[in-house]
Design a binder for this molecule. Structure first.
Ligand code: DQA
Length: 151
């Protein structure tokens, strides 16, 4: 994929539409729109096109992975609470067979014990967790480098 524009799908799970007002001491003051704008800007630097989804519904996210995610070169996935529970999203990601980086604003291993289990980490290229909104940007840099090397 060297020299070609990469297509990157960005999946955001439940309650991430509330970023900016939701528990700002944990998730920061920036809204999802701002994070996506920064990702698009980074996308221009990395010659990558960003397509994103946010949904509070597991089935909608599974459909998006099947219909859109599977057509991308790679994905950034913040499945939010579904990270810890969703066999359906895991299966959809396996079926899509598109490399993805798992991202979290918070360090999921430094919080409640139920957040320490991710059903996605072992099938991800890598995990970026704990850097706030910058987790997305770091994840995108890692993903683009991985995709360009994998060519
Ligand atoms: C999160 C961590 C999850 O445990 C939580 O349910 C979220 C956000 C994060 O980005 O830190 O909604 O994925």
């Amino acid at each position: 994929m060297t020299g070609e524009t990469l297509s990157i799908g960005v999946l955001n799970g439940p309650n991430l539409d509330l970023l900016g007002t939701r528990e700002p001491h944990l998730y920061g003051g920036e809204g999802l729109k701002g994070i996506l704008a920064r990702l698009e800007e980074l996308g221009r630097e990395l010659d990558s096109r960003v397509t994103s989804v946010q949904s509070n519904h597991e089935g909608e996210l599974a459909d998006w992975i099947r219909d859109t995610g599977s057509t991308q070169d790679g994905m950034l996935v913040n499945a939010a609470a579904y990270t810890h529970t969703s066999v359906a999203l895991r299966d959809a990601l396996l079926a899509a067979r598109v490399p993805f980086v798992e991202v979290h604003l918070t360090n999921i291993w430094a919080r409640e014990s139920f957040r320490r289990r991710s059903l996605l980490s072992d099938i991800a290229v890598g995990v970026v967790s704990g850097f706030g909104a910058d987790s997305y940007l770091l994840g995108m840099r890692g993903l683009a480098a991985h995709l360009r090397l994998a060519e």
